[in-house]
Design a protein around this ligand. Structure first.
Ligand code: 5GP
Length: 245
């Protein structure tokens, strides 16, 4: 099934404006939301090479009402990446201007590059009944945790240090020096996993996909997140309530 375009909107930043397209609503697919309610914010972190991108790509194709927040970064695009889809690739100067204009809900420096979640993009999505998936590092996740109690924090772990090194080597994107930095950073990040709500060990990607879908389903079913109980009670009240009270 192809992603359906839901909405286009433009965010105006000082000196520039960016067009956003909300995709990834899959009507009729599994994991539909029940009832009405404010969108849920799912924050996912993982050390680089833990397989998070593949995992998220698969889940995005299967979960209805879930939108991916496209971050801004000063990192140059990789050969398989598309501007506006994977990231908004911007210069360090443009990023700095956005920091000064308080355009980010959070931002962080990871291995020499800057990454940030644009406030405008985020608010626009959050005000609708769309759940948002933020793929951000642990520094950014901490900032979100300080701002909102209601976000759901999920940490994706690689099965072992050896498996992570192997994956980073196989990916062929980094020099051996960068791989060592990524491994050291992975260890730093993994120690942060203790305060996340859920942990997924990505040994078999299909199992990890099922686990992440289960988390989404469970969080969507929580009573305080959905109006479904009120709707059902009203429905029952209308047809039976008076006769059985
Ligand atoms: P990569 O360069 O491998 O795409 O991403 C490096 C790290 O930056 C990953 O841990 C990713 O989750 C994180 N990252 C991506 N976007 C953001 C963002 O908007 N904010 C923060 N804090 N981290 C991000």
């Amino acid at each position: 099934m192809k992603p359906e375009e839901v909405e286009r909107f433009t965010c105006v930043f000082p000196g520039s404006s960016l067009k956003f397209v909300v995709f990834n609503i899959f009507p009729g697919s599994e994991l539909q939301r029940m009832g009405k309610g404010q969108g849920i914010l799912f924050v996912i972190s993982a050390p680089s090479g833990a397989g998070k991108t593949t995992l998220l790509g698969k889940v995005m194709k299967q979960a209805a009402g879930l939108s991916f927040s496209v971050s801004h970064t000063t990192r140059p695009p990789r050969s398989n990446e598309q501007d506006g889809k994977d990231y908004h690739f911007v210069s360090r100067e443009a990023f700095q201007k956005m920091i000064e204009g308080e355009e980010f809900i959070e931002w962080a420096e990871v291995l020499g590059n800057r990454y940030g979640t644009a406030r405008c993009n985020f608010q626009k999505l959050h005000s609708q009944e769309i759940d948002i998936l933020l793929d951000i590092d642990t520094q950014g996740a901490r900032k979100i945790k300080e701002k909102t109690e209601s976000a759901v924090f999920i940490f994706v772990l690689p099965p072992s240090p050896e498996a992570l090194r192997e994956r980073l080597l196989r990916r062929g994107l980094d020099s051996s020096e960068t791989i060592e930095r990524r491994l050291a950073n992975a260890w730093r990040e993994m120690k942060e996993a203790v305060w996340y709500d859920y942990v997924i060990v990505n040994e078999e990607v299909e199992e990890a996909v099922e686990q992440l879908k289960a988390i989404i389903l469970v969080e969507r079913s929580r009573k305080h997140r959905t109006s479904i109980l009120q709707e059902k009670l009203k429905q029952w009240e209308g047809s039976h309530g008076e006769n059985h009270s």
